[in-house]
Ligand binder design. Structure first.
Ligand code: FMN
Ligand code: SF4
Length: 596
């Protein structure tokens, strides 16, 4: 059989022929062809000098890359708990019925596939969906779903769908020094140049800024370690993967404050001596790409990127954007670097840390979007200014992505040390039962903890703030998070790959009404195992929601316990109903419970 030929020329021209271009080439080849047939993979492998097995291995890792035919219209419903609370499950079912397709399948005519994906980062305006991995539709309701089905059935191209469907709002409810103070492009670079690399590093240390991606490592120390590390080329990487369900602050920062983010990367480059920066933009935020490229281009024209920045002949730095392909684990910095290098996003063994051995084996600084925003302000205003905001161990402000049961979802920026209850009051939350701070990997707080403060000393956070009122079943919240972790486990290590799946099975068993105390004990045991035996933070934190909700919302679990004794995970008597029908026997003794 002859091979179908694809014209890869334009893609190779754009991304190059180096192996690290692989994920980008796969993504864009798929954007052109819909999915990736084997012939296309063979050509990509040949063009990049890789084996077909390697290319297939990488392609099969990413959920947004398809090795089998998918619908010409590919619909992915965001499956975060906040989307579910706004009715996403019923809307997905409705759309599938209207289009005559089962969830997860391709319609018989190849027109459409409808499925779920992890949180799309639009929790303030959900339920949301992704269309063709390229655009998002927010604020779904029954009317919009009916219209969507009509447009798909009539084969109307997405470019001709109502433009307002694709509007993404940047709702900023409370602004402080990052979101509220205008930022003049170039001002932080000028201040950094005036201070010199060591002077800038001193200010970063003085600020005591801690990373906003979750782990809270001191940014000044990270930059200093990278500057001191031996190696030739250095890199600055911006982690814009924002995969933690319930988090959307980086989306808004990139949409509204891209200059501050890019300027933070540029001053980091000046401090460590880097010439190349990379933004790792999550695939779900592909819709921001053109805007970000436009800002980069403008900054080049303004002399803020490229060669001789602000006329400084010894300082050149530029930024490229790499788009992810649907893998939460790629937010973990070493997995992110693997993905940037065109590989599967498997977390590396650390040490060595990226500051010594990062992108292409070179010293690399990886920071969160918000961290770079803060860094540009610190370069401008000095470390003491930043350290004067917040608490002793948590300086500056923190941006919270508030969603769930509240009147005013959106972004709220507060100095560290703010009470949880204050945020609830400000966002119009009523009758609140629980708040999930920091997303599923974070902590679940019950009402008696709302006096606690957001700070590394008390309640740390990567930014999500999901509110649940008393009508919500906290067991179902934890079950949704358990499914998320099982879905996103990269499968590299057994305790996480198997453990997350076992947790899901036990939770589903409880939900189906077959659970006993024994199952809850097993869940405790799985939590202990996974917390200590997994390779990266995903597995280690996968049971956090389970542990918190069992401890704080025990009645939610008790309601699902049918029996004090162990029960199998399926209903044997119900399974035998077909046999009873076939034999025509359905008297009392044909049911198991009547046998002692
Ligand atoms: C499973 C997992 C997912 C992560 N996802 C993100 C993410 O989406 N964005 C982020 O900035 N950090 C994420 N992190 C933390 C990064 O590994 C890293 O600590 C961070 O990017 C460093 O930047 P910072 O010092 O500015 O926080 C994740 C960590 C783990 C274990
Ligand atoms: S803990 Fe989970 S996500 Fe992390 S390496 Fe192991 S399998 Fe992959």
């Amino acid at each position: 059989m002859s091979m179908v030929h694809f014209d890869l020329g334009p893609l190779l021209q754009r991304f190059g022929r180096e192996p690290h271009a692989l994920v980008q080439v796969l993504r864009e080849a798929q954007a052109l062809h819909g999915w990736l047939p084997r012939d296309l993979l063979v050509q990509i492998a040949q063009a990049l000098g890789l084996s077909l097995a390697h290319v297939e291995g990488v392609a099969s890792f990413y959920r947004f890359i398809h090795l089998r035919p998918v619908g010409r219209y590919r619909v992915l419903f965001s499956d975060n708990i906040t989307d579910r609370m706004r009715g996403s499950v019923a809307l997905l079912t409705d759309l599938c019925e209207r289009l005559g397709v089962a969830p997860g399948q391709v319609s018989a005519d190849g027109r459409v596939s409808v499925d779920r994906c992890s949180c799309t980062g639009l929790c303030d305006q959900g339920p949301a969906l992704l269309i063709n991995h390229h655009q998002v539709i927010t604020r779904l309701d029954a009317t919009r779903v009916a219209q969507l089905a009509d447009l798909i059935r009539a084969d109307v191209p997405v470019t001709r769908w109502p433009a307002d469907w694709f509007a993404v709002e940047d709702t900023i409810r409370r602004a402080d020094v990052l979101l509220g103070v205008p930022f003049a492009p170039g001002s932080a670079i000028a201040a950094a140049l005036a201070r010199g690399p060591q002077g800038l590093l001193d200010e970063m240390q003085r600020s005591q800024l801690r990373g906003r991606g979750g782990a809270g490592f001191a940014t000044g120390t990270k930059w200093s370690l990278c500057r001191e590390a031996s190696g030739g080329t250095r890199y600055v990487v911006c982690n814009a993967d924002e995969g933690e369900p319930g988090t959307f602050k980086d989306r808004v920062l990139l949409a509204r404050h891209a200059d501050a983010v890019f300027e933070g990367m540029t001053v980091a480059a000046f401090a460590i001596g880097a010439t190349q920066g990379l933004v790792y933009l999550r695939g779900e935020y592909r819709f921001l790409l053109e805007h970000l490229h436009a800002v980069l281009q403008r900054r080049r024209q303004q002399g803020l990127l490229g060669g001789a920045i602000l006329g400084q002949t010894g300082f050149s730095f530029d930024i490229d954007i790499h788009v992810g392909a649907g893998a939460y684990v790629c937010g973990e910095e070493s997995a992110l670097i693997e993905s940037l290098e065109g590989k599967r996003g498997t977390p590396r063994i650390r040490p060595p840390f990226p500051v010594e051995h990062g992108y292409l084996g070179q010293p690399t600084v990886v920071n969160n979007v918000e961290t770079f925003c803060a860094a540009s302000r610190i370069a401008l205003n000095g470390g003491a200014w930043w350290a004067g905001i917040g608490t002793v161990k948590s300086t500056g402000t923190k941006i919270h992505s508030v969603s769930g049961d509240c009147e005013r979802p959106g972004l709220y920026e507060y100095p560290f040390g703010t009470r949880v209850g204050r945020i609830l009051e400000d966002c119009g939350a009523r009758d609140t039962q629980a708040v999930q701070v920091g997303g599923p990997s974070g902590v679940c707080l019950s009402a008696f903890e709302f006096g606690r403060r957001i700070a590394f000393e008390d309640v740390p956070t990567a930014g999500a703030f999901m509110v649940f009122d008393r009508s919500r079943d906290m067991f179902e919240v934890a079950r949704n998070f358990a499914h998320f972790f099982a879905h996103e486990s990269c499968g590299f290590c057994t305790p996480c790959r198997v453990g997350t799946e076992l947790v899901v099975r036990r939770m589903d068993k409880l939900a189906d009404g077959h659970g006993s105390r024994h199952d809850v004990d097993v869940l405790f045991e799985l939590d202990r195992l996974m917390h200590t035996a997994t390779h990266c933070g995903l597995g280690a934190s996968a049971c956090n929601p389970l542990r918190d909700t069992i401890a704080k919302f025990r009645p939610a679990y008790e309601r699902h316990l049918k029996s004090l004794h162990f029960e199998p995970g399926f209903d044997l008597d119900a399974e035998l109903s077909i046999a009873r029908q076939m034999t025509g026997r359905d008297d009392a003794l044909a049911h198991l419970e009547n046998h002692s």
